[in-house]
Write a protein that binds this ligand. Structure first.
Ligand code: TEU
Ligand code: CA
Length: 555
């Protein structure tokens, strides 16, 4: 058995992070939009769940073109979310419950209403001009090149005042910052220290793999300057504080992830990689033409990341976030086996090596939504791509299926607190319609049901605190070619945990691998009442999932 090189222990190694999308979490002043006061009112609920970090999606001043991922003042709070005083109160109230607040750092771009951009647009020799990326039109007046925006259309927007185009990877109201400019780096470092001095626990870094872009070389992600920029940022801000930093890196491979998260490199704590997400996308049409679920492919991705980051890096573990469909809809069952499959997904993820992230509502098995009309949808990405793709000939029904499967609004319907009007999220009309299934799927019902998905998450989070093997044990895949079962071991000294997860609605007769035949162990968690004695063959119920701790018999 290969002994793990023991990583220097960090507080976030056995922490569990809860992501809050503030617009949809809880609306305390009943204007239809979630707010900071609403989050404070739910801190006891989060403490009961057992999480100790909240990743808070942006609450800064913003015109809300991209629901706050377009920031116009990094050091003030959007009025619809509350005030700076309320934000400081949230940090204090959370800390009293041993919960750290990790803020969302969105510095690949700002809002076009940020004072830096308002100035930059005024003239070519404005002191802020080079905070952004400007290029002259081509001879015929067209855009400098054929770059596309992630949110549809060209990545270049013409500015009539100065006759140049500016670059925007996302919406035209999210102009990319020019990270070659040392003034931009200094401004961002100062802002980060201002927040760290307020006692936040760290940062999630939005599309951080893009800040090293080299436009003229057509390099977007993983530019040569990316890691030097992160090492400078680490040194100038969070490096000398015990912060959690997680970079969103859609382009990351395990090799690249090591560059970010190898502690010896003094960059970040970990990254969000998305290979387990994009394997379900169409090679050409991406998320809009979802592919059939393939568990063997998914297992290969998990095994690759678990083994390659084992000893010199750190994994983040997640099914969901505010950009992704609900896990139980994408990987589980939303009908008869919704609860079993939601619990199975939780167990399958939380026993892996890394820091688990729970997205708001995942802990009660919230599902995707199917609104009748495109007009019920709000997300700029879905709307822009709906109109662009249908105008290009994609049938309405086909595009709607893509939105139903992978649209970002699936994760943004209001948190379902109870079965009262608007699911207890607000007494006003919510900014986005509530999922009609809130009458059955809500926090109140979950807290009243000892066997609910909530208490399964609570138990997993508690186990992570109690079982160091869950944090530091070696990951060993089992049954890698089984089409329905995701099985693996965690090993540390002579301690073992075996985790078996039936990812199907079928009963599965499973021949156990030799390593785990006839073991006598202690059941740590299960999503069915009955427990198996592990002989040589067992029958797994639909979506059955359990973990057993045992001592490795001395050979
Ligand atoms: O997302 C980055 C990003 O690329 C995703 O929007 C992704 O392209 C898409 O969701 C996959 O279909 C980050 C934030 O998480 C997202 O909410 C923002 O819209 C985006 O950056 C711009 O800040
Ligand atoms: Ca509100």
């Amino acid at each position: 058995m290969m002994d793990n090189k023991v990583l220097a222990k960090k507080w976030w190694h056995n922490a569990v992070v809860y992501q809050i999308y503030p617009r949809s979490f809880c609306d305390a002043n009943n204007d239809g939009i979630g707010d900071i006061a609403g989050i404070i009112s739910k801190l006891d609920y989060l403490q009961q769940l057992g999480i100790n970090i909240i990743w808070l999606s942006p609450v800064y001043k913003s015109p809300m073109d991209d629901n706050g991922y377009d920031i116009s003042d990094y050091q003030d709070i959007a009025a619809e979310f509350g005030t700076l005083a309320e934000m400081e109160n949230l940090i204090a109230e959370a800390k009293q419950r041993d919960i750290q607040i990790v803020m969302d750092l969105v510095v690949n771009h700002t809002s076009d209403e940020h004072p830096w951009f308002v100035e930059a647009k005024k003239s070519k020799d404005n002191p802020y001009r080079d905070y952004y990326i400007w290029r002259q039109p081509q001879a015929d007046g067209s855009a400098p090149n054929d770059f596309h925006s992630y949110f549809g259309g060209s990545g270049w927007e013409f500015d009539a005042t100065t006759g140049d185009y500016y670059f925007h990877q996302f919406s035209k109201r999210q102009p990319d910052l020019n990270w070659e400019n040392s003034k931009v780096q200094a401004e961002v470092h100062n802002m980060m220290n201002w927040w760290l001095d307020k006692g936040i626990g760290g940062f999630r870094m939005d599309v951080i793999d893009l800040i090293g872009k080299e436009i003229d070389q057509k390099v977007m992600a993983n530019g040569a300057r990316l890691h030097p920029l992160l090492q400078e940022m680490n040194k100038a801000t969070f490096g000398h504080r015990d912060a959690l930093t997680v970079g969103e890196a859609w382009s990351a491979t395990p090799e690249i992830a090591k560059l970010y998260s190898d502690p010896a490199r003094n960059e970040l704590s970990m990254v969000f990689q998305f290979e387990h997400i994009t394997i379900g996308w169409h090679p050409q049409h991406g998320k809009w033409e979802p592919q059939a679920f393939d568990l063997i492919k998914l297992k290969k991705v998990f095994t690759k990341w678990q083994t390659e980051l084992a000893d010199n890096g750190w994994n983040s573990l997640f099914w969901d976030n505010h950009d992704l469909p609900r896990a139980v809809s994408k990987y589980g069952d939303t009908g008869e086996f919704r609860v079993e499959s939601a619990k199975m997904l939780a167990t399958a993820l939380h026993f892996l090596k890394g820091t688990p992230y729970v997205y708001q509502g995942e802990e009660i098995g919230m599902t995707n939504v199917r609104f009748d009309s495109i007009d019920d949808y709000q997300d700029i990405e879905s709307l822009n791509l709906y109109y662009e793709r249908t105008a290009a000939g994609v049938p309405h029904e086909k595009m709607m299926e893509g939105i139903y499967a992978n649209g970002r609004d699936n994760a943004r319907t209001p948190m379902q607190w109870n079965n009262e009007i608007n699911a207890g999220f607000s007494t006003a009309k919510p900014w986005l319609k509530v999922n009609p299934n809130y009458t059955e799927i809500n926090v109140q019902a979950a807290l009243n049901e000892p066997d609910s998905v909530f208490f399964h998450y609570q138990k997993l989070i508690k186990l992570r605190k109690e079982q160091p093997i869950m944090t530091y044990g070696q990951y060993i895949p089992l049954l890698e070619d089984h089409p329905d079962v995701f099985a693996y071991l965690r090993a540390q000294d002579d301690d073992r945990i075996v985790v078996l997860n039936n990812f199907s609605a079928k009963k599965v007769i499973l021949s156990l691998p030799a390593e785990v035949q006839y073991i006598k162990g202690q059941s740590l968690i299960s999503n069915y009442q009955s427990h198996h004695s592990l002989t040589d063959e067992i029958t797994l119920q639909p979506y059955e999932s359990f973990a057993v701790a045992y001592k490795q018999p001395v050979a």
